[in-house]
Design a protein around this ligand. Sequence first.
Ligand SMILES: Cc1cc2nc3c(=O)[nH]c(=O)nc-3n(C[C@H](O)[C@H](O)[C@H](O)COP(=O)(O)OP(=O)(O)OC[C@H]3O[C@@H](n4cnc5c(N)ncnc54)[C@H](O)[C@@H]3O)c2cc1C
Length: 390
Amino acid sequence: MSAPSTDTEELHGQLRQGVRELCQRFPDTYWRELDAARAYPDAFVKALTDAGYLAALIPEEYGGSGLGVTEAAIILEEVNRSGGNSGACHAQMYVMGTLLRHGSEAQKRRFLPAIADGTLRLQAFGVTEPTTGSDTTQVKTNAVRKGNRYLVNGQKVWISRAEHSDLMILLVRTTPIEQVKKRSEGLSVLLVDLREAIGHGLTIRPLRTMMNHATTELFFDDLEVPVENLIGEEGKGFTYLLDGLNAERILIAAECVGDGRWFIERARKYASERVVFGRPIGQNQGIQFPIARAHVNIEAADLMRQRAASLFDRHQPCGAESNMAKLLAADASWEAANVAVQTHGGFGFAEDYDIERKFRETKLYQVAPVSTNLILAFIGQHVLGMPRSY
Ligand SMILES: Cc1cc2nc3c(=O)[nH]c(=O)nc-3n(C[C@H](O)[C@H](O)[C@H](O)COP(=O)(O)OP(=O)(O)OC[C@H]3O[C@@H](n4cnc5c(N)ncnc54)[C@H](O)[C@@H]3O)c2cc1C
């Protein structure tokens, strides 16, 4: 990895500072109240969009700022480091890549500038299904072509932000699995206009979870999608999905690094101030060392995330690094979350301290968008050359 130039360091410093200042307008109380009401952070997402941060990865010719994944990751890291939750809007950054890389010029001209200026929100992607889970090639939601339309039928689960998005990237099967040579073939990606779809073949049912995540179940009953909304070639959808995964892994890793730094800072401060048995609890090695260890692990994960992002931005292969970054950062943030609760004792459970909220939020990254076991399976098979285990 080459050392960043002074210009790049300056840009990154300014970016961090800008996002921090924006986030200061949305303090702990803002996120706490939304969490209690399980409400979507509309004002925050609007502010982030208006400031142009969510269009970081959109090229300048389509109205974005044309930055790299390194910079996009800094933005999301700072949101989580401030105590907020990028989960409300992170998908816009990595979902948009499917459209950018595989969409036609007409699709890009039609949608990207509107996404960049916030007129259109592309916050949702529909992959997971209740009966197939991590085994993505088995998705059963199907699209059958009828003239200039596809008719979509099936069901998706855990589709986040669908109620707060205008567009959704949807993975469907267009050729039955019995008729393809490889199970990864015959899948396609459609761009669904949710504003037209809801109530006309698409029903959305919110799913309440242990954290505030605006996730939903989707039911498709003869939903009509114009053929012009097919992204790329029919049948190649799985490849397009894979193409977007590295960016997604890196961005989630950065959010976890942000979470971890937030937990460590809160734990450090509390351990230094809380006096029990006549001295700060942080003077005890039983409290101090777990915080120090969590810090070490977050910093190590951050290096892997930076390496993966640097490779990605130089168009180098980065599947191994992106997956390792996601795994290391998710584990490190979860470790830091546990340490923060333990350090705060009873107050770690109190809503007013926000530790328990962030603890619930960061747990997600052990499971989504890809679970730790599936990353280990990828490393075992593709990096270490062991037999396929799934
Ligand atoms: C809050 C939330 C938001 C989400 N948002 C979205 C979204 O916007 N869009 C979307 O498409 N999906 C979304 N997801 C889905 C998420 O990507 C899946 O939950 C995740 O990929 C795991 O799939 P699953 O839940 O079906 O678990 P399963 O695949 O059923 O796996 C269950 C457990 O078994 C383990 N496991 C499975 N197979 C193996 C194996 N061969 N070897 C070892 N272990 C194995 C897994 O690691 C996991 O721990 C979201 C999920 C949540 C909880």
